[in-house]
Design a protein. Structure first.
Length: 188
């Protein structure tokens, strides 16, 4: 359909184009900003990077085939039969007590899949995007023609459905009623 993959860092968004860090300008009718915690610099809306902790387990006997969510816990399959798990806990306590939080999270995973001997392989601390009101920012960015935001801290579980709705809005120009409460204009 004419798309070409481009792996580059976007330095700025300009009307009808994205300026890359290397100086190249890429023309675009629409630019969808789905850059996680890096979105704030591109869309100019209040999005704060919040620490998020995930653990990667050693290979598990239990096989997880889908994203599983429970109160304060999310699991998804990882390569080699491992499990990637994250908790709702976020913020500065992760930086101060990541080992204790990881141990508690591993215990929750062990309980959930009934595998008491499951081992921890790695702790991962990332930066999740947190919009100022803690709700997703999805839609046209006010004052930025052709710029559309898709920023949310629960992207791994929402991405497939949101991507379909965003594609419909960008390509057809029709609003998706499910996205109406999350328009960036509310924080502009």
């Amino acid at each position: 359909a004419g798309a070409r993959p481009l792996h580059a860092t976007v330095a700025a968004l300009e009307p009808g184009a994205a300026r890359l860090a290397g100086g190249e300008t890429v023309a675009a009718d629409h630019v969808v900003v789905a850059a996680g915690a890096g979105s704030a610099a591109l869309i100019g809306l209040p999005v704060t990077p919040v620490p998020g902790l995930m653990i990667l387990t050693a290979p598990a006997r239990a096989r997880i085939a889908h994203v599983l969510t429970a109160p304060e816990l999310m699991l998804r399959p990882a390569d080699g039969g491992r499990i990637l798990a994250g908790a709702e806990a976020g913020g500065s306590e992760i930086d101060r007590a990541s080992g204790a939080i990881a141990a508690a999270l591993l215990d929750q995973v062990r309980d959930m899949i009934a595998e008491p001997g499951l081992a921890l392989a790695r702790i991962v601390i990332g930066r999740r995007p947190m919009p100022a009101d803690e709700h997703p920012l999805i839609g046209p960015v006010p004052g930025r023609p052709g710029v559309y935001a898709a920023v949310m801290h629960s992207g791994v579980t929402l991405a497939p459905g949101v991507a379909e709705l965003v594609a419909g809005e960008v390509l057809d120009g029709t609003g998706a009623p499910l996205l109406a409460p999350f328009r960036p204009a509310r924080l502009a």
